[in-house]
Design a protein around this ligand. Structure first.
Ligand SMILES: Nc1ncnc2c1ncn2[C@@H]1O[C@H](COP(=O)(O)OP(=O)(O)OP(=O)(O)O)[C@@H](O)[C@H]1O
Length: 262
């Protein structure tokens, strides 16, 4: 279980990005984080694994208080939190397999990974994951030969090979077309269900979030403006999260799009 208590972040510039966030995410729950630009979504995700240092408050992952950890403790704890990024963050000149195995870096140590001597069990697991996401035939291709959707699948495998307790997912579909976006969201949610994994997914597209997740948290100006089931996101609620911004414009999904090919 992930627990945030009165989490705050004020950047050095004086920008107050988070103002006292309380949030509990049980094991196995997939939560979408929505809200207008600048609401604090990326900051919230990054304060959990301390890529951004919170100014105040606490973060717990089960009985481990992440906000109290030293650098070494944090390095170990980060293994338990897989991260998936909008821009995939792959090493372009490495193969798909090498990119997936780089998710084991926190376990095997620098030299072993530098020399590409991963334990056979890790290689076997990488093949299993690539098979699961439909990329087995691509294992030896270079990352820069892949499409956006394929790259994100590699990013997902790299996060999962860490064997995390929690996935932190930052705009996984922002660089993808609508159909690929749905496939990627479906895949992330299916994998979480298969593994009993919790996830926080920062996502711009409200319709996409509504379609796949069990719980939506709406951030506005660094505070939680909504926390509930996706079917409770009425136009009034969305207006309370997005204000005057036209929230319908956040949906990539065209009404007349064909679903047949998925
Ligand atoms: N490195 C930084 N230094 C100073 N201020 C920052 C920094 N990163 C974010 N901010 C500010 O913190 C606030 C929250 O930003 P954040 O990126 O978390 O929002 P967001 O909801 O993820 O936005 P978007 O959807 O546009 O990515 C904004 O006011 C932003 O300008």
């Amino acid at each position: 279980m992930l627990k945030l208590e009165q989490l705050e972040k004020t950047y050095r510039t004086g920008d107050k990005a988070l103002t006292g966030i309380d949030l509990t995410v049980p094991d196995g729950q997939v939560l979408a984080l929505i809200g207008p630009s600048g609401a604090g979504k990326s900051t919230l995700i990054r304060c959990i694994n301390r890529l951004v240092e919170p100014t105040a408050g606490r973060v717990w992952l089960d009985d481990l208080e992440l906000t109290r950890l030293s650098a070494t403790g944090l390095r170990n704890a980060r293994r338990q939190m897989g991260m998936i990024f909008q821009e995939y963050a792959l090493v372009e000149r490495l193969t798909v397999m090498e990119n997936v195995l780089s998710g084991r870096l926190g376990y095997v140590g620098f030299w072993r990974s530098y020399l590409r001597r991963y334990p056979q069990a890790d290689v076997d697991e990488a093949f299993r994951l690539l098979d699961r996401v439909g990329l087995l035939a691509m294992a030896d291709k270079r990352a820069d030969e892949l499409s956006g959707g394929q790259r994100q699948r590699v990013g997902i495998c790299r996060a999962l090979i860490q064997n995390p307790k929690l996935l932190l997912v930052d705009e996984p579909t922002a660089s993808l077309d609508p159909k690929t976006s749905r496939q990627i969201m479906r895949l992330i949610c299916e994998l979480c269900a298969e593994r009993g994994l919790a996830a926080i997914i920062n996502i711009h597209d409200v319709a996409l979030a509504q379609r796949f997740v069990q719980r939506v948290v709406g951030l506005r100006a660094g505070s939680i403006a909504f926390d509930g089931a996706p079917d409770r996101l009425s136009p009034e609620v969305l207006t309370s999260i997005y204000g005057e911004e036209d929230w319908e414009a956040t949906s990539q999904q065209a009404e007349d799009e064909s679903e047949g090919a998925e």
